[in-house]
Design a protein around this ligand. Structure first.
Ligand code: DX5
Ligand code: ZN
Length: 236
């Protein structure tokens, strides 16, 4: 499994050091929660912060855009150094075009679904997708409680992808993930796990990473998990 710690729970007074410490601890992905105060409550950080962190570390940048009409900004996020750009289905009218553009820019393309969004539209995006992000809380803040109905949704998405030529597409879960529930989420079919509060509140980071990994105890890797474990930062 891949753990993608969410920078939203890091110490904003020392972001570069936090990134470097994560890298030293053996973390490979960094989840960047960009929120515009319109698509979701809260205003976090954006393009200049990401561009500046890009120069400070070699983590795989997983940019989760919780912004309205994200297609307006995908070029900027690609230029800032995002490796994976995930846009919300609820925020973009021309989703297929947006995903295709993200790939043209040399990035991996992902779609995120809010807890109440139906999964059916994924069926028509499989050719254009590198990852599906399922929200297990309503977007906006870290530290919220995992919504249990996400488990069934992970199973349903894994099945939909596998039955329609998308076995290579990993499923990412975001919100309320912790060592206590990660094992179950792996069994449901998730491959990539975002963690904010349950990761950053329990340093040292190297030990905490091992706790997540041991709790995930995945046995043999699914194809989708193997695929994304080989993704590397573009500039490395
Ligand atoms: C919520 C964000 C999440 C959040 C996760 O809007 O997308 O990535 O930071 O934080 P925890 O793991 O604390 O729920
Ligand atoms: Zn997120």
């Amino acid at each position: 499994m891949i753990l993608s710690p969410s920078l939203l729970s890091a110490n904003f007074g020392r972001l570069a050091q936090e990134c470097q410490e994560l890298e030293k601890a053996g973390v490979s992905w960094l989840h960047l929660d960009v929120i515009d105060g319109s698509f979701a409550p809260n205003i976090t950080f954006g393009i200049p912060v990401i561009a500046s962190l890009r120069k400070q570390c070699g983590l795989f940048f997983d940019a989760h855009l919780m912004i309205e009409s994200p297609s307006r900004y995908v070029e900027d996020f690609a230029r800032a150094g995002a490796d994976l750009i995930v846009v919300h289905a609820e925020a973009e009218t021309h989703l297929q075009r947006c995903l295709a553009r993200i790939r043209e820019l040399g990035c991996r393309a992902g779609v995120a679904l809010n807890p109440s969004t139906d999964i059916a539209q994924l069926r028509w995006l499989i050719e254009d997708l590198d990852l599906v992000l399922l929200m297990s809380v309503n977007p906006g803040f870290s530290g919220q409680k995992f919504l249990p109905c996400a488990e069934q949704k992970i199973r349903a998405v894994r099945k939909l992808l596998d039955e329609n030529g998308g076995a290579r597409i990993p499923v990412q879960v975001d919100g309320g993930v912790c060592p206590e529930n990660i094992g179950k989420l792996v069994q449901c079919g998730a491959d990539v796990f975002v963690s904010g509060s349950a990761f950053f509140k329990f340093p040292p980071y190297d030990k905490r990473l091992v706790e997540f990994q041991q709790a995930a105890d995945q046995g043999e890797l699914r194809l989708a998990a193997q695929v994304c474990s080989e993704w590397k930062p573009r500039q490395a």
